[in-house]
Design a protein around this ligand. Sequence first.
Ligand code: WT7
Length: 567
Amino acid sequence: MSNIGSYEVRLKDFNWSISEKELGYKPGNTLNIGWYCSDRICLQGKGDKLALLWESSTGAEKKFTYHDIRRASNSIAAFLHGLGIKPEDRVCLFMDKVPELYIGLLGILKTGAIGQHLFSAFVDESLFVRLDNAQTSAIITQKKHAPKVRKILDRLPRLKHIIIVDYDGKTPLREREVPFSLEKAVPIDHFDVYPTQAESPSLLHYTSGTTGQPKGVKHVHYSLVSQYLTSKWVLDLQEDDIYWCTADPGWVTGTSYGIVGPWSMGITQAVLDAGFSAEAWYKFIEKYRITMWYSAPTAIRSLMKAGNEVVKKYDLSSLRHLASVGEPLNPEAVIWSERIFGKAFLDTYWQTETGSIMISNYPGMKIKPGSMGKAFPGITATVLDPKTYEPYNVTGKIGLIALKPGWPSMMRTYWNNEEAYKNKFKNGWYLTGDRASIDKEGYFWFVGRDDDVINTAGHLVSPFEVESALLEHPAIAESAVVSKPDPINMEVVKAFVTLKPGFAASTDLELEIMNFIRKKLSPLAMPQEIEYVESLPKTRSGKIMRRILHAKEWGEEIGDTSALEND
Ligand code: WT7
């Protein structure tokens, strides 16, 4: 029996107080996610239950019970407290998927500070803009990533502490660096958890938009109310589950459903700190008897590509429930997973800004492969006419996906950018920036984004950020960045550039430019192709029209070009 039972019944009787009651929370109480995800589970008598099963790329294993993560997060909290970290200070977690990346967040939250996960593949510029914007006070990292922090330290006067979790005592510590070892730290049985309230800030997640620098999405402790109930009703987490969320906490899936959701339910979760390989993933499922698997379309398509023979080598019979998020889940992938694993991946749709699943397929509900499903109970989702911002009164028309504001995990603002936040609302609706249609039965069908943001392998890349970085290359005069289709990653980054006088187009230069972006931003943002052009299509006012380049890449109609410079 699934947790949700009947979607229709849940819809009819819905109230967020269902979640509050299960969490034992009453409006006005203190509410601290760090406490909820560890101390509370222990108080329920589940302290000896496994909270985290961890495996490294070399096969090293670590296991933590709820008592362990409670004490370890207390130790981290006490350490931060000792450094002088104050409530609402930003503390960044910049690590591979090591246990400290997960347990560290609980420690930060217990001090009342705000957790800021940044993907460990970020380098110089991408790291700098996010730490600078958040005015981050401390960063918790590994020695392999510390050099990247050192490089930008001069420009970050507010960053007072660089906490290294695996310091080996060999090389001397540099300026502002302090060691902290979870293994060597004295486990602390009691820490006075800071009494955060529902609206106290909890997390800052950076996300890329079309224009400007990445924006810090501010979430609050009350987001727990959404994350708990969606973990229960959509991910269907149950007492004996061994749950695996493949997302990195550098992205919101990895925090909402890789830390907060499962641990607030007292579920055992497994983490594999290694890159993708079909064999390694299947082996991991077999070894840990994974029952619930939350992953992403690019990974599923990569598994499809690896073929069906490799699947047969492993016993994957433990799998009970599968779900996917982050980009369009093509019908073939749904059908394939049903055939190969005996379970279809259920598509779920949401965003960094929404903090929890908004539209989804539910256990027991009819699946229409290719559809994202229906709104979560308590969420009012619709599509708006892009001209009037009114919901359509007929079904089947493509419009803007919009949500009625007010659910618990809704972002509270963009950090230091209230204006951009306000721009996300029109006519009383929150605009997701995506387009879809709704069919007669209320199922949502994703069409595409309503902006130029590129979704490569489920990660958003801002064309603006890549274009700006390209312009810093000595050979480049102008640049325009769009997506191009890709069979596995759905979209990849492609750059069009014009060269400065004295530079000649060549394959060597193309590779050099790609590398330049990889080192400056991240491997994700690196263009997979550079096309040299004589000029870029522009409007009369000089704005580069990415739309035209995009349409060409995708073989689509170019549409209205009346604003073009030389038409
Ligand atoms: C954007 C949000 C929240 C999970 C990680 C991504 C796209 C998300 C789906 C889906 C088609 C999807 C949208 C959305 N997206 N889920 N099921 N089908 N597209 O969070 O980085 O904030 O990206 O990812 O375009 O707006 P994010």
